[in-house]
Design a protein around this ligand. Structure first.
Ligand code: F6P
Length: 320
């Protein structure tokens, strides 16, 4: 193994830069040439490939986003797109490709593997929706950003004795909502994994009010099948008070990565390089029982997602 490539793909996540930095520097230390591919699979199709050196990744450890840029590539879903991607890897003499991204990017990695490319997948997404790993890079930072927002919104909700629904990201996964809701003391958390009932939520708010709790914070994951404004309208009607909404949206994706995300990113990258120089490829790197491991990529993608229902129930008990 002489030459490897690295790309970031899908939604950016805080800690992606820390992973790129570690791939480049551990890679060079191990005697590899490291090439950066810009704009994810889009750039791979278009041949936007440049050699990187230790200095190319200077001063990025603390930055959110990704210096390699990222994209959601429709073209990579096509036969022609994948063929061109493989061709460009061959043209540049790249023998293995490290892909940093979420679910969709891992499927992209798997598609390349099926075409004979040696790949290594590193979990970078705020959603925490890759089941084989206990945590994805970016999740910790995103949850802490949501927590900060909850704290601020609680101040004003409390001052006005208001009820506020905060919509958070996560696609089909409720983990951001679950962890931020638990740590932020939310009265109610709606996630795609658990059915909700508007009468029950309304009753909880009204019971709270009867006990002197005049404000509440409800966290709603974006994957829940009701529009946030509609939810606020329906709750307002039932409780007879206005319910405000706040959509945190892309705020959750930016910002300087936390210690946990910088560490996870660095250790995953180190593992990816260690495996590649031992001529081991096609692994999904992740965190399992506190250890950084490399699992077979195809098997990792088959691990069913689970949701921590005990933690979810605790929110209800704690917020009464
Ligand atoms: O996958 C990360 C994520 O931020 C999801 O939580 C969200 O649903 C999605 O990306 C938004 O994607 P886009 O950046 O394409 O709007």
């Amino acid at each position: 193994m002489n030459r490897i490539g690295v790309l970031t793909s899908g939604g950016d996540a805080p800690g992606m830069n820390a992973a790129v930095r570690a791939v480049v520097r551990f890679g060079i230390e191990a005697g590899l040439e490291v090439y950066g591919i810009h704009r994810g699979f889009e750039g791979l199709i278009d041949g936007e490939i440049h050699e990187m050196n230790r200095r190319s990744v200077g001063d990025i450890l603390q930055r959110g986003g990704t210096i390699l840029k990222t994209a959601r590539s429709e073209r990579f879903l096509t036969e022609e797109g994948q063929r061109r991607a493989v061709e460009n890897l061959d043209t540049f003499g790249i023998e293995a490709l490290i892909i940093i991204g979420g679910n969709g990017s891992f499927l992209g990695a798997e598609a390349l593997r099926k075409r004979g490319v040696t790949v290594m997948a590193i979990p970078g997404t705020i959603d925490n929706d890759l089941a084989y790993t206990e945590r994805t890079i970016g999740f910790d930072t995103a949850v802490n950003t949501v927590l900060d927002a909850i704290t601020r919104i609680r101040d004003t909700s409390s001052a006005h004795e208001r009820n506020t629904v905060i919509e958070v990201m996560g696609r089909e996964c409720g983990d951001i909502a679950l962890y931020a809701g638990l740590a932020g003391g939310a009265e109610c958390v709606l996630v795609p994994e658990v059915p909700y009932s508007i009468p029950e939520i309304s009753r909880k708010i009204l019971e709270g009010m009867n006990n002197g709790k005049m404000q509440s914070i409800l966290i709603k994951a974006e994957g829940v099948d009701i529009d946030t404004e509609e939810l606020c309208r329906e709750l307002s009607e039932r409780i007879g008070r206005e319910v405000k909404s706040v959509k945190l949206s892309y705020l959750q994706r930016g910002g300087s990565p936390t210690l946990a995300d910088r560490l996870l990113a660095t250790e995953c990258a180190e593992k990816a390089i260690e495996l590649l120089v031992s001529d081991i490829g096609n692994k999904a790197i992740g965190l399992l029982g506190g250890e950084i491991v490399g699992l077979d990529l195809t098997e990792a993608l088959e691990v069913p997602r689970s949701f921590d229902r005990e933690l979810y129930r605790a929110i209800d008990v704690l917020s009464k």
